[in-house]
Design a protein around this ligand. Structure first.
Ligand code: NAP
Length: 345
């Protein structure tokens, strides 16, 4: 298969660097051009790194960063992977889609737009039909913790009435330089701006039904609390689900064992063999042990769950999601692969 040219917007950020790692080793995507702000313009990627990253290929580190302006509308890449800050995304992603560009984004700017799917192929692959094959489009991935929450409860989705979730989110979730060290070292910050709204609204959209008139939001009730904790990479969530009927431990085990992506997968290299890894030890998952679960190109893509507890119609468990891979760049690349596989390019 001939390689498909792709460009990265916001390449010098924490998520942008993950794109470089994943796309630099991708079997059929090829990095064409990369963009960031005026501040990075003209620099080689190697001179913009905040952390030395030996997993990015050296020929990629030599690519020069371009300034994001309207010249991006003349870029001949077939797909644009975006990790721009919300306000910049709001301006550029819209303009690009209106000019026929196909944008796969991490930003929250258009996630709740009725014409933009928040895609998780294992959960709502039919939502891709919101966009047209013949025009430009924006396809979003969910907020980093929302993706973890939704995937972790996907095997039970038809049973869930109510979700109570408390997330413990790592500092990389705030980008670079992120949270001031004085605020987070030896501390927990019990507030992350707009995070709880995202957990609630995006969950209801991702779990919504695709109909002729678009997506009707799921009626599931979500009660989120988001905390910033001093871990580096991956977000943990402590979840209690109120179910429509009581399930036994063996029912739950069977639902998780049988959960898989059941579509075509020949072009989906980022799709993990198991989207959800169940740990049975009493003290897993843990960020340091589980943030790179999985194998090969899809390392960091599985969500890891454990500590299942049942009391009547309530089921509690813990999940862990890699916020930079499954919660951001990895999900975007998987969505890009899905776009290719389903003939949307
Ligand atoms: P970040 O580290 O702050 O990176 C932001 C990137 O955007 C940098 O490359 C920056 O370039 C570029 N940028 C800033 N202003 C720009 C402008 N005016 N024009 C062009 N480029 C500009 O942030 P991040 O954590 O990677 O997050 C990026 C996006 O992904 C955000 O929308 C965030 O909400 C979303 N997201 C993040 C995570 C996560 O876990 N971090 C997860 C999911 C989604 P310079 O270096 O040149 O300033």
């Amino acid at each position: 298969m001939e390689k498909i040219k792709v460009s990265i917007l916001g390449v010098t950020g924490i998520v942008g660097n993950k794109f470089l790692q994943i796309l630099g080793n991708h079997p059929y995507f090829e990095i064409n051009r990369v963009y960031a702000s005026e501040h990075s313009t003209g620099k080689k990627i190697r001179d913009t790194l905040k952390v030395e990253d030996y997993s990015i290929k050296s020929e990629i580190l030599d690519i020069k960063v371009e300034r994001l302006d309207d010249s991006v509308l003349k870029d001949d890449s077939e797909l644009f992977f975006s990790s721009l800050p919300t306000e910049v995304a709001r301006e550029f992603e819209k303009k690009m889609a209106e000019n026929g560009k196909k944008v796969i984004t991490n930003s929250s700017a258009f996630r709740m737009d009725p014409n933009v799917p928040i895609l998780i192929p294992e959960v709502n692959s039919d939502h891709i039909s919101l966009v047209s094959r013949d025009r430009g489009f924006i396809i979003a991935n969910g907020n980093c913790s929302t993706i973890g929450l939704v995937l972790s409860m996907a095997p039970l989705k038809s049973y869930v009435k109510e979700v109570i979730v408390t997330t413990q989110q790592s500092v990389s979730g705030a980008g670079y330089p992120g949270v001031a060290s004085w605020d987070i070292l030896s501390n927990i910050v019990p507030y992350i701006e707009k995070e709880e709204d995202k957990l609630e609204n995006e969950t209801r959209k991702i779990l919504g039904e695709m109909g002729k008139g678009g997506i009707s939001l799921s009626q599931v009730e979500v009660y989120p609390t988001a905390l910033r904790v001093p871990t580096r990479e991956s977000h943990m969530g402590s979840v209690t689900l109120k179910l429509k009927e009581e399930l036994s431990e063996s029912d739950v085990k069977e639902l998780y064992e049988n959960f898989k992506y059941d579509g075509k997968r020949d072009k989906l290299h980022l799709l993990p063999e198991k989207p959800i890894i169940v740990r049975t030890e009493k003290d897993r998952p843990q960020p340091e042990l589980d943030y790179l679960a999985g194998n090969g190109l899809s390392r960091g893509m599985p969500v890891v769950v454990g500590r299942f507890r049942i009391r009547g119609d309530r089921l509690s468990y813990i999940f862990l999601v890699n916020n930079l891979i499954r919660g951001a760049a990895g999900s975007s690349v998987l969505n890009g692969e899905f776009v290719v596989q389903e003939g949307y390019l």
